[in-house]
Design a protein around this ligand. Sequence first.
Ligand SMILES: *Cc1c(COP(=O)(O)O)cnc(C)c1O
Length: 393
Amino acid sequence: MKIAVDERGYYGNFGGAYIPEMLYPNVEELRQNYLSILNDEGFRKDFDHLLKTYVGRPTPLYFAKRLSERYQAKIYLKREDLCHTGAHKVNNTIGQILLAKRLNKKNIIAETGAGQHGVATATVCALMGMECIVYMGEIDMERQKPNVERMRILGTEVRPATSGSKTLKDATNEAMRHWINNPVDTHYIIGSVVGPHPYPDMVARFQSVISEEIKWQLKETEGLESPDYVIACVGGGSNAAGAFYHYYENDDVKLIAVEAAGLGNETGKSAATTTLGKPGVLHGSRTLLMQTKDGQVVEPYSISAGLDYPGIGPVQAHLFESGRAKFYSATDEEAMKAGILLSRLEGIIPAIETAHALAALEKMTFSKDDVVVLNLSGRGDKDLETYIKWGRY
Ligand SMILES: *Cc1c(COP(=O)(O)O)cnc(C)c1O
């Protein structure tokens, strides 16, 4: 099935650029330039060089022997947890900071919820010597102190968003307002395949290095480029988009997306957008989101900060609606158990976001020869406190 953004920035019924008029020049500048910059040979060279020497790519494709025995399939882990800063997010921030330079931007802004995208942005700004301001909800700053300090150590100013619920959506509003007031010299780095066109397509292209590598790595080990399954967790959908990208048009490859079901999809404490959401506009694009009858955004819940988002990117909404990807959800409990299991079987403590993808293995049935690639989006160091609080290991 063809899964690509059209001229107007749509994937099927989802996408577009629903932005205030005052933001139009900023987004339009990006839209007109992103493809020629991304396809420029010099840009590709700089991007590849930093991915190799700074991020540590290619990340290994690791055959997980004990996990494979447990689930009776050939399971490979794509080790994005070994990227610099501990997750896939830096693939995108490296790409966007190089793009910002090509557009002659001097300053960077970003918003962050849990702080992971903020840290990945602060990291590349330090690397490039660029000024960086990260907006973060006041409550999130309290909850995620270590990441706030990480950003500060890296030289970034963290600005509290003090309006509304003082969380991610308020930080997003503040960042938008800042960008409207500084259209010429500032680039806004969005951290997932969300936001107005061209962000979802641009971020997916930067993350597509994941499946580009999987293809040649599988060829080396299994003698074939295409697995039977690719599994990834979905918050906004960027690590999944990266892992799926080069398989969209190969219908033999089953794409499995896993959302966070929190305390359970019937409890009102969940973040499983495809189960609970309806079409609407969120952060500049038409997509699926959790909302009240009146269209007000419902606060999501998940034990994992990175999946605690009320919507999904438009490409994920399209993958769901078209049936090209199958969506599962995993509760806090299921994810925590899966995280401990991987630790015990393979000596890898995963991020709790990633543990949701691992939990899907319990819900699926494989035949013995099935080749399964699971995108190990991040490492668990940042989640140690959550593991300790959960306690059952
Ligand atoms: C942020 C994050 C996610 C969720 O974001 P996506 O855009 O859906 O990939 C998943 N895993 C880890 C480790 C993260 O840090």
